[in-house]
Design a protein around this ligand. Sequence first.
Ligand code: GDP
Length: 298
Amino acid sequence: MFETLSDRLTATFKNLRGKGRLSDADIDATAREIRVALLEADVALPVVRQFISAVKERARGAEVHQALNPAQQVIKIVNEELIRILGGETRRLRFAKTPPTVIMLAGLQGSGKTTLAGKLAKWLKDQGHQPVLVAADLQRPNAVQQLQVIGERAGVPVFAPAPGNGVGDPVEVARQSIEHARAKLYDVVIVDTAGRLGIDEEMMKQAADIRDAVRPDEILFVVDAMIGQDAVTTAQAFLDGVGFDGVVLTKLDGDARGGAALSVAYVTGRQVMFASNGEKLDDFDVFHPDRMASRILG
Ligand code: GDP
């Protein structure tokens, strides 16, 4: 992901190299090239607009005109503005004062929620926490089993409705999981919820009901970075329907253009907190806006 964008930006900056002072025309031309590169990478239009206007304004200011090496200065501005669009500082998980901390995952089916639940659980366990995974996705026939397999791989227990009890009520399962965690002294409860292939009122209502039943400390919206511009509309729908505190980007190892990944934080005002970049449990990390910006700028 981001290779094309990265190459385009590198080429743009190359054109500036060796120039003495930069004229307004040089800056406008550079801004235009960056704009096209971002749009081609599928970055959402409002994000591109805000980004270009910030870069242009700063590049026209004294810091570039007076710089001995204007190209370097422009790169520095682009880097700083990229970090800002990506959410600035890394946002850490908020833990409850009185355990258990409840983390609820929401997102479309196939976004990578269940896989992410396992990754997050393992990551927390490696830090000395005692998480429990909750199978509140009772829509998909084998979702519970999938979570159990992932839980086993992660070495983390899974709270699921007892087999033979019919389909069960996901809201009730989620509610019971909190009592279970208290009784067993688990300190983090990770609730995997059902998604659908598209945005769906019933799914939103169920997620909102689960939210009201477990009162999460963090609701994380999980989004597949490969789905392009749809990531932004999906994020907006979940923000309105359920609300969320942070974003998890998945499938950053894919070969899509990656603009979605660059847009969601800005458009929703919620920071990307984690990134998932593969199918293995360890293909997961805290999201650092500065590292992502460096990766894009090459
Ligand atoms: P859910 O329906 O939201 O629970 O999604 P799943 O966790 O079942 O993931 C859907 C598919 O995406 C599975 O085949 C996962 O192995 C795959 N997947 C999840 N996260 C990633 C990732 O970061 N990179 C890649 N390449 N595949 C992933």
